[in-house]
Write a protein of this length. Sequence first.
Length: 284
Amino acid sequence: MDLREIVYEKYNQRAKITINRPHKLNALTPRTLAEMLWALEDAWADDDVGAVILTGAGDRAFCVGGDQSIREKGGYTYDDVGDGPLARMPLPTLHSLLLQTIRNIPKPVVAMVNGYAIGGGHVLHVVCDLTVASETARFGQVGPRVGSFDAGYGSAYLARVVGEKKAREIWFLCEQYSAQEALEMGLVNWVVPPQRLVEKTEAVCDALIAKSPTALAALKASFNADSDSVWGIHQVAGVALNLYYGTDEALEGRNAFLEKRAPNFRAARRSRTQEQKSGGNDDV
Ligand code: 2NE
């Protein structure tokens, strides 16, 4: 595959996927996601690969989720789709497929978080098996502020990781959390100074690669089994998200972000009340 938005490397029995859009804080396009899926499938098929590292280029961001500059009413549009059918799929569908592939690949996936892990970029690290964070990393969800949501792995699985109250706080308030706070809530496994991030991640991979691959694969599948039902919720949420993108409410969130102002959802709240009163039959 012609890789333009990620860097994919294989060395010392590991595969490393680096989201390579540092000028956009490693925000995701359909192409980025299609390339990441291709790389993960390659790592899956390569018997010599015992662990996968997922990270972002530069020192500012791991990934800040969907690229808001290509989001329009109705969803994300991107001309540079590349070849193959994957890149023609809607961004949320590709993001969902990527999350599920990170979960399904029978090898540990380690997130190396070097900066912002925000929105759909935050969800990426949440579904990874382990997370190593730089002291400078920042974590958070932004959907209710920018007109989006991940009502599947991003919320239901997050609640299993950090607990119900904390997950609701993270999504409802859209605040940012430091690496130390993330460690305290069980969201990451290790926090290290930025200059030790690569060294620590490589040491974690060395430790993983020294273990029995079949034992690790069986354990990963077992951990997944308990939360696999979230995949069904995630797919329903994806249908809802694609419908939501067509609304003025979602567009107000995206516009407010791009115009660097606070969103105003008052009109959306009023129209919800009107719909409820009329049973949603106004236009039928
Ligand atoms: C990431 C964050 C917290 C950074 O804040 P700060 O204050 O350090 O920087 P600033 O000025 O906000 O951002 C720096 C530049 O990066 C761009 C900004 O527009 C800005 O550009 P310039 O003004 O310098 O030209 N930028 C930041 N995030 C971007 C993004 N996602 N897409 C395109 N450009 C982005 C702060 O910027 C923030 O909260 N960003 C919003 C993150 C966001 O909205 N992510 C998408 C959530 S939805 C999603 O991920 C998703 C989905 O919708 C569907 C399926 C799967 C995932």
